[in-house]
Design a protein around this ligand. Sequence first.
Ligand code: AQP
Length: 350
Amino acid sequence: MPFVERVFSGVQPTGNLHLGNYLGAIVNFVKMQETHNCIYCVVDMHAITQGIDVWGGPAELTRNTREVTAAFIAAGIDPKKHIVFNQSQVSGHAELAWIFNCVARMGWLGRMTQFKEKAGKDRENASVGLFDYPVLMAADILLYRATHVPVGEDQKQHLELSRDIAQKFNNDFGDSIRAQGANDGLFFPLPEPLITGPATRVMSLRDGTKKMSKSDASDNSRINLTDDADTIAQKIRKAKTDPEPLPSEEKGLEARPEADNLVGIFAALSGRAKADVLREFGGGQFSSFKNALAELCVTKLAPIAGEMKRLVADPGHIDSILNDGSDRARALADETMKLSKDIVGFIYRR
Ligand code: AQP
């Protein structure tokens, strides 16, 4: 069965969006619009998998859902040509996740490093939802039979699990799928991760070995998309570096994670190669490079922050975008759910 190429990806409304989310995911979301039909989802059901202290409670979830939607649009996603919606408005995500819960194996989920990191030592106290997060993610993607998923490097393992689930479903229900007329027995595509660009893993400004993250206790570890110019400049000035000047060649960044990260951010924001950035700044002190980086960050992020502010001031408009996107997503999802129910053998009102 040839699959129509379709892009799906999501972002959790769990707090301040940061430069890592922007460079690792949203920039690629914008680019993919030129070549594919795209579905971009604010994954509010994923957001509640951690403790309420992490996602902030109902009012915060609503506010963050609108803010992520605003970030998508401010960054250049067109919600009329493509689909922008919030996950909880389309019940197919939860329904397909249940079927996949019965396809995925405990051992597969037990190997997920993100669960181990997020649950920490107190695994007994982690929510069942946090453990099951990658199954819901597989359902998000496969509900639209999406073929391509732009994500940051940290999501690679979850994407591999989505492929395993799709493959096992196709195998387990092969006869039923063939009986439906799909003679090669493939109902779900094996979605391909698109982990591209020079900043697939943006690291913390305080520790070049840790990824930049919304949940880091230190706000100085990340540049938030809504930070003002002074805050951005201050965070970059304070960013951890080492005492050596910048190298003139990329090889010189090896074993210097903080320098490598800052050069990578500069390269990604300016659309230049790291080697090119080092040709300009190599041999110089960090202070002048940091000034140029701060200026670049402000130039690129200030218009997005300004537009986000304008958009969130009108929640009714954002909600109408999400409602319209959800209606269009639901039409596609319902189709997949009907076929999936036929394949599994569930009776439903036709
Ligand atoms: N540091 C990063 N570098 C590159 N890409 C990143 N992404 C996240 N952090 C980085 C990518 O952003 C997309 C949306 O991420 P998410 O909000 O759905 O999930 P997350 O990984 O939980 O984000 P955070 O910011 O790291 O949150 P916490 O602190 O909760 O762990 C994904 O494509 C992700 O790869």
